[in-house]
Design a protein around this ligand. Structure first.
Ligand SMILES: Nc1ncnc2c1ncn2[C@@H]1O[C@H](COP(=O)(O)OP(=O)(O)OP(=O)(O)O)[C@@H](O)[C@H]1O
Length: 581
């Protein structure tokens, strides 16, 4: 992977804001208008008092004042709404981009990340873009404009005093320049701690039963509290520097006021300027307070947003698969797929040992092939490579004689039905789970597959049938039921190639026999690869591939291998039999 320097945060921010630039501009104009109508009010009030003093009719002035008040309130509310809405749209844009991207992440990237941290980046970090959009960008624009206008006015009044003021403000700028990176760093650390907390939470909630059964609540609690406290500590640090930055504005104005008073007083004494000019100038110095505060606020807010943006961007730089386009599933009766591995070498990461040291085998279309071998031999990895969850370092993996690297990913995966060893079931209804990989399957097909996987008894028993919610990760189902759901889900895709990573845990004898018949039936029309843990599976297989320590050591039928391969003979005698085959 070539590493290019990440673009600066402001560029990233503009990227997210660009689609909303016109509404943002509209919001900024509305808030400027609100300010302007507010400024007009004293003028109209002065007119009203004038009218009263000269006993003129005040109706006009009263109407004008009322109109101004109403316009101020309405435009103010509208402006706030438009800005907030735009900011929410920026957050939405970032969340959509990030969630689409996370779904496309390469499995290797997910292996190296913490899901809880990625979740925090989508939820918590993107939220920080809200204020940076509505306050920072708009504050910088409106505050900057007012600041520039005031400075121009000051220049018209007296250039020397302007020089004094600008020098003081520049000093404040230097202080802010020193403080801003600290806010950025502290916010980044605070958000990192939020990510750690997400990861710690995910770890606990993903295995709450094990945590409880291990009596590990107190230790896990300490880890969670530690992350929460770290986030607090860093947020407080950021708050401290933000407060210091905020006060710099007030301090700069006080210093500017005193310096202008001293220098201006001296200039009045020498007759360079008159008292009126000095007073006018001092009034302008006070006018500076609000825009200066706005600009400094914008700078500090920006640091917070920039820190979050960098974290969002880090996630967007993880290796991902190309965007997928929907492809149809194989038509009923589509021909089964052939699979071959030629001298495949693979390791999960550059710093990990090789898992495949030149794996070679050929599986013809149709029929059942079982992979057996000691734990860790690299059997499941064969499936991961066929699905292209990972790419081999060398060698060729071919489906239908075509290198999987040349297949379009969605097309390759559409041809395959994959049942993982731990048979994951997603939260939602039973129907959602069955139709996950084949949303278009009709009721008859579902009913047929439910029958062949012997889920019909379960469905009949459940009060809501297929609509029953299965709970987080399918906790409301038994282990065996989860396996059957996973198999049914894969079968509904009418795969040309079925990858079945047999669970090491047992199904009950009746269900096991039924599923064996189903898989044997499927193997008549489809290519089935099974990572086998049961003797009953290998005895029905057309061929068996024996793997050991990342190599294929023998291929044959059960009868041939029992006679010809000592490792297989031993596995068959111990492991399979022990597993209840
Ligand atoms: N995502 C991963 N990242 C790093 N190493 C991995 C990963 N998955 C598996 N491994 C390692 O690769 C090796 C082979 O794993 P694999 O799951 O292919 O074995 P297996 O033969 O299917 O074992 P079992 O029969 O126990 O399921 C193991 O040593 C394992 O520790």
């Amino acid at each position: 992977m070539t590493e290019t320097a990440p673009p600066p945060a402001w560029r990233l921010l503009l990227g997210y804001v660009r689609p909303h630039r016109w509404t943002l501009l509209g919001g900024a104009v509305l808030s400027l208008l609100t300010g302007a109508t507010g400024l007009l009010l004293p003028l109209v009030a002065r007119g009203l008092i004038d009218d009263l003093a000269h006993e003129r009719a005040v109706t006009g002035a009263l109407l004008a004042m009322s109109a101004l008040v109403v316009v101020n309130a309405v435009v103010g509310a509208l402006g706030a709404y438009v800005l907030r809405r735009t900011a929410e749209s920026v957050v939405l844009g970032a969340r959509r981009a990030l969630s689409s991207y996370l779904l496309r992440l390469r499995i290797a990237a997910v292996d190296r990340s913490e899901p809880g941290d990625l979740m925090a980046r989508i939820t918590s970090d993107t939220t920080l873009l809200r204020t940076v959009t509505s306050e920072s960008l708009v504050g910088l624009a409106t505050g900057g404009l007012t600041l520039a206008a005031t400075v121009v006015m000051m220049g018209l009044v007296d250039a020397v005093l302007l020089g004094v003021t600008v020098a003081v403000i520049a000093g404040a700028g230097v202080v802010i320049g020193l403080i801003a990176p600290r806010i950025n760093r502290a916010t980044k650390e605070a958000q990192r701690a939020v990510g750690l907390m997400g990861a710690a939470l995910e770890r606990v909630l993903g295995a709450l039963r094990t945590v409880k059964a291990s009596g590990a609540e107190a230790r896990e609690e300490r880890a969670l509290h530690g992350a929460a406290e770290e986030s607090w500590r860093q947020s407080v640090r950021a708050a401290k520097w933000s407060a210091a930055a905020g006060n710099t504005a007030g301090l700069a104005i006080q210093v500017a006021f005193l310096t202008v008073l001293a220098v201006g007083g001296a200039r009045v004494a020498t007759g360079a300027v008159d008292v009126g000019t000095l007073v006018a100038f001092l009034l302008y110095v006070f006018f500076l307070i609000s825009p200066l505060q706005q600009v400094i606020g914008a700078v500090t807010q920006y640091q917070t947003g920039a820190a979050a943006l960098v974290r969002v961007q880090e996630a967007l730089r993880l290796p991902a698969e190309p965007p997928v386009r929907a492809v149809p599933l194989p038509a009923p009766g589509a021909r089964p797929a052939a699979v071959s591995f030629r001298d495949v070498r693979f390791r999960y990461a550059d710093d990990l040992p090789y898992v495949h040291h030149g794996v070679t085998f050929t599986v013809p279309a149709r029929g059942m092939t079982a992979f057996v071998g000691p734990s860790g031999a690299g059997k499941t990895t064969v499936f991961s490579l066929i699905e292209r969850f990972y790419d081999p370092e060398s060698g060729v993996i071919a489906v239908d004689g075509r290198d999987v690297a040349d297949w379009e990913l969605p097309e390759l995966r559409a041809a395959i039905g994959y049942v993982e060893q731990d048979a994951p079931v997603l939260s939602g209804s039973l129907r959602d789970n069955l139709l996950l990989g084949s949303p278009e399957a009709d009721a008859d097909e579902v009913a047929r597959v439910v029958r062949t996987t012997r889920l019909d008894g379960l469905v009949a028993r459940l009060p809501d049938g297929l609509e029953t919610l299965v709970g987080h990760r399918g906790t409301k189902l038994s282990g065996g039921e989860r396996q059957r759901v996973a198999i049914a889900r894969a079968l509904l895709r009418r795969p040309r190639l079925l990858l079945l990573d047999e669970a090491t845990s047992q199904l009950d004898a009746v269900n096991e026999a039924a599923l064996r018949d189903t898989v044997a039936d499927v193997a008549r029309t489809t290519t089935v690869l099974v990572v086998a843990h049961r003797l009953s599976t290998v005895t029905t297989a057309d061929r068996i591939v024996v793997m050991d320590a990342g190599r294929v050591r023998a291929v044959g039928t059960h009868r041939e291998l029992v006679a010809g391969d000592p490792l297989y003979a031993e596995l068959a005698a111990t492991q399979f039999l022990a597993a209840g085959g």
